[in-house]
Design a protein around this ligand. Structure first.
Ligand SMILES: NC(=O)c1ccc[n+]([C@@H]2O[C@H](COP(=O)([O-])OP(=O)(O)OC[C@H]3O[C@@H](n4cnc5c(N)ncnc54)[C@H](OP(=O)(O)O)[C@@H]3O)[C@@H](O)[C@H]2O)c1
Length: 382
């Protein structure tokens, strides 16, 4: 099969297919596609929390990406696929957990790619993870670009390994002629966070005064609106068989707490726990909780601390020069997240917390240029 050129969805009657649409990235992507007038079909699991889609005009198909037949039926008649779904996890977990991560992420991606191929559904944009991008082994904080291979010889999380294998599925499909692009995502900050995400939960716990200390270290963070732009750019302009890294800014955990203090007015914790000390504690806690209280949310898992300790940075040159990607700011993204959890989820209940305007984006203090103008100027996002 020869790769097809990306299509313009605005002029196409066929719906675009989106997996993972109730999740943090998916809910933001779906909202943006709807704003752009795109017809959408989503794949949902009936029994799960699909609040992120409530009230939205989308076609709903039900099924699990581990089920090839259900995925094929759901994709039939669509043009263009955003495969966002994954089992996101930062724990080692039990054997059953690791199997779920593998099957949802690796076999699920294989199924989505196969179904898209068989249904002639055109380009598939797959959401990748920065944790599956390699780094300089002698200097992990040196900026990584798309050429750096995931290093499998050190301790990594099952999720990280699975996302490296997800890419492998993509490159295999691309080598066989399928039109596939990977949009590599960093830690997401922003609104439409219905589950909520780990960062969203941490923000709410922070305002409730439940955070008494912080772990040092840092990572690349991406505003939800930026990773959505990244997906649209990959669909419209990405080269098949390539991946593009999308981040907004590198931030330390201390930087993030400064932003939380700014948006909420609640003073931040000052006590810093060295990551190596916290690591020892988290190993024991995570081992116990994963087995005895598997549903208890774990904030600082050994895997998350390993990532923070590396202080990884991203090189965005490829996305900027090839796709015209222009990242916005994490400050605005934190404001959007805060407004969402305050107004929509009503999860910020501390009477001392500032009341944000109803739309976090509107609260951004500086008059930033419309981050999406580069898409609009080019004929509208597809
Ligand atoms: N959030 C981040 O910081 C981050 C960072 C790097 C990469 N990413 C990547 O970004 C993508 C989206 O992440 P997210 O943060 O939006 O995750 P999320 O909020 O946990 O949402 C994941 C979505 O995937 C769906 N899903 C999982 N397994 C499925 C299956 N077997 N069949 C059908 N649907 C399934 C979930 O459906 P249910 O609701 O039914 O479970 C959920 O809607 C993922 O590919 C992830 O690897 C995210």
């Amino acid at each position: 099969m020869s790769p097809r050129s990306p299509i313009s969805f605005a002029s196409s009657a066929a719906p675009v297919f989106v997996t993972g649409s109730a999740g943090h990235v998916g809910a933001n992507l779906v909202r943006r596609l709807l704003e752009d007038g795109v017809r959408i079909r989503v794949l949902l699991r009936q029994e799960d929390n699909n609040e992120g889609l409530d009230g939205l005009e989308v076609e709903r198909a039900y099924g699990d990406i581990r089920d090839l037949d259900a995925t094929r039926q759901a994709i039939e008649g669509c043009q263009g696929v955003y495969h966002v779904a994954a089992k996101v996890s930062t724990i080692d977990g039990t054997g059953a957990h690791r199997r779920e991560v593998y099957e949802c992420n690796v076999l699920g991606t294989r199924n989505v790619l196969k179904a898209a191929r068989e249904c002639d559904a055109g380009r598939v944009v797959v959401t990748g993870s920065f944790s599956a991008v390699g780094h300089d082994l002698d200097d992990p904080s040196a900026p990584s670009d798309e050429t750096m291979q995931f290093y499998p010889m050190e301790r990594t999380m099952p999720y990280e390994r699975s996302k490296a294998l997800v890419e492998h599925e993509c490159w295999r499909a691309a080598a066989a002629g399928q039109d596939v692009v990977v949009a590599t995502c960093c830690a997401v900050v922003g609104g439409a966070d219905f589950f909520p995400s780990r960062l969203g939960r941490t923000l709410c716990d922070y305002t409730d005064g439940k955070l008494h200390a912080f772990v040092d270290g840092g990572f690349e963070f991406v505003a939800a609106r930026d990773i959505v732009d990244g997906h649209l750019l990959c669909m419209r302009k990405g080269r098949s068989g390539e991946k593009y890294i999308f981040s907004s800014e590198y931030k330390t955990i201390s930087d993030i707490l400064d932003l939380y203090e700014d948006v909420s007015g609640i003073p931040r914790p000052r006590r810093r726990i060295p990551a190596s000390l916290m690591y020892v504690f988290s190993e024991a806690a995570s081992f116990y909780l994963s087995r005895v209280h598997p549903d208890f949310p774990q904030r600082f898992t050994p895997g998350a601390i390993r990532l923070l300790k590396k202080r990884r940075h991203a090189n965005l040159n490829k996305a900027k020069s090839e796709l015209g990607y222009r990242p916005t700011s994490i400050r605005d993204a934190v404001q959007e997240a805060y407004a969402f959890h305050y107004h929509q989820r009503k999860a910020i209940t501390n009477p001392l917390a500032k009341r944000p305007r109803s739309n976090g984006a509107a609260q951004a203090e500086h008059a930033a240029p419309d981050p999406r103008s580069h898409l609009a100027a080019d004929g509208g996002a597809s």
